[in-house]
Design a protein around this ligand. Structure first.
Ligand code: MRU
Length: 359
C-alpha cells in the first residue's frame, strides 16, 4: 500500500532489525518500530502493535528468526516457538508460520540457522502478498456479480486489510481490486469495539487508498442489512475449520445472522494459512479473552494533540472482553481462498476439499 506516494509493507527486514508499523498509534501517527529480540516480537504481537491473523504469522516467523539469532540450538528454536505461540491463541497463522520455519530449520547447521530463518520469514511475507493478490482476483469476480449501476455497498468488520496482512489485505483485497478497476464501491466500516480496528485502521487505509467509506457503530450493522443498504458482506478470519466454521473478530457472528435473515450474501476471505485442517468444529478453537481495561477505557487523540486513554465505564464495573466469535458454516455464503471460492451450494467442506485436495 502507498502512504503519501511511498509503497510500504507492514513488516520488513532492514538494517539488522525487523521493522513494523506500530498499529497502536494509528490513525494518529505513522511510526515505524524496530524489533531486535525475541522479546520485542512477543510484545509486539501480544500488545497488538501488529495484529491480524496473517501479520501475526509473519511477525512470529521473524520473531523466531530473532530468537534463533540469539540461540540457534534445537532447544533455542523450541523455546522461541513456545514463547511466540503463547502470545495470542486464536489465529492459527501463528502456529502455521512457526511450524513452517521450525521445519525448515531442522536440517540446517546451527551456524547457518539465523540466515536460513530470515530467508524463511521473508518467504512467508512474499507468499502472503501473493495469496492476497489471488484472493483479490476471486473477490473481484464476486463483487462484479453484485455491481449496481450507481454504487455497490460492501460491509466489513474489524480490519482484514493491508494492516492485518503483509500487503493488500484479505477482505479488502477484492475491494481494492474493484476500486482500482473503476468499479463504484462504498464500504460500511464497523467500528469494531473494543479496540476499534474498523474505525481506526480500516477507515484509515481505505481513506489512504481513496475508497469511499463510512464508519458505523457495530450496533448499526443489522439495521443497514435490514434496510437494503448492504449488497454483500466480506470479512476476514483468524481461523476457519475444514468444515467451514469461521472464527473472526467478536461481532462477526451477529453480522452473519443478520445477513442471513435479510438475504444478504456473507463471504469470508481466507488465505490457506488461516484454515485449520485439524479442526472440524469452530467451538473447539480457543477464544482469546483480553483485558477488561480494553472495554472500560478508550484511547484516542485529545484536543491537546497527545494520544491518551480515557475511562468510559464506572469504577468498579467488571467487563468481559471476548476477542473472537464463531460463525457456523451454515451462515457462510462462500469462503474466498487463493485457489478459488468454496460455496455453500456445493458445501463449504466439499469446496475446501476440492480446492485443497492435498489436505
Ligand atoms: O484482534 P485482531 O485485530 O488481531 O483481530 C483481527 C481480525 O479479527 C481480522 O478480521 C482477522 O485477523 C482477519 S485478518 C486478515
Amino acid at each position: 500500500m502507498k502512504i503519501d506516494g511511498v509503497h510500504y509493507r507492514t513488516i520488513w527486514w532492514e538494517d539488522d532489525a525487523v521493522r513494523i508499523i506500530d498499529q497502536t498509534l494509528l490513525p494518529h501517527e505513522l511510526r515505524i518500530a524496530a524489533l531486535t529480540t525475541l522479546d520485542d516480537a512477543c510484545r509486539a504481537i501480544r500488545f497488538m502493535q501488529v495484529r491480524g491473523a496473517p501479520l501475526i504469522g509473519a511477525t512470529a516467523a521473524y520473531g523466531l528468526a530473532l530468537g534463533v539469532r540469539a540461540d540457534p540450538s534445537d532447544a533455542g528454536v523450541r523455546h522461541a516457538c513456545e514463547r511466540l505461540l503463547a502470545t495470542r491463541p486464536t489465529a492459527v497463522n501463528l502456529r502455521w508460520a512457526l511450524e513452517r520455519v521450525a521445519a525448515g530449520l531442522a536440517p540446517v547447521d546451527e551456524a547457518a540457522r539465523a540466515a536460513a530463518a530470515l530467508r524463511l520469514a521473508g518467504e512467508i511475507c512474499d507468499e502472503d502478498v501473493d495469496l492476497n493478490r489471488r484472493i483479490g482476483e476471486h473477490a473481484l469476480g464476486i463483487l462484479r456479480g453484485f455491481a449496481r449501476p450507481d454504487k455497490t455497498n460492501v460491509l466489513t468488520h474489524c480490519n482484514a486489510g493491508w494492516l492485518a496482512t503483509v500487503d493488500r489485505g484479505t477482505a479488502t483485497a477484492g475491494i481494492y481490486a474493484a476500486h482500482d478497476a473503476g468499479m463504484s464501491l462504498h464500504v460500511w466500516v464497523d467500528e469494531t469495539r473494543p479496540r476499534l480496528q474498523g474505525a481506526r485502521l480500516t477507515a484509515w487505509e481505505l481513506g489512504r487508498h481513496g475508497v469511499p467509506h463510512t464508519v458505523v457503530p457495530d450496533g448499526a450493522a443489522a439495521h443497514l442489512l435490514a434496510t437494503g443498504r448492504v449488497d454483500v458482506v466480506i470479512v476476514g478470519t483468524d481461523r476457519t475449520t475444514k468444515a467451514g466454521d469461521v472464527v473472526n473478530k467478536i461481532g462477526t457472528y451477529g453480522i452473519a445472522l443478520a445477513a442471513r435473515d435479510n438475504g444478504v450474501p456473507f463471504y469470508v476471505a481466507a488465505p490457506s494459512p488461516s484454515i485449520d485442517w485439524t479442526l472440524e468444529d469452530g467451538r473447539d478453537v480457543p477464544i482469546e479473552e483480553r483485558s477488561a481495561d480494553e472495554v472500560l477505557r478508550v484511547s484516542g487523540r485529545t484536543d491537546r494533540g497527545d494520544i491518551a486513554p480515557v475511562r468510559i465505564g464506572p469504577e468498579g464495573s467488571p467487563a468481559a472482553n471476548f476477542a473472537f466469535d464463531v460463525t457456523p458454516a451454515r451462515l457462510v455464503t462462500g469462503i474466498i481462498t487463493e485457489r478459488g471460492v468454496a460455496t455453500s451450494e456445493e458445501g463449504l467442506r466439499e469446496g475446501l476439499r476440492r480446492l485443497f485436495p492435498e489436505r
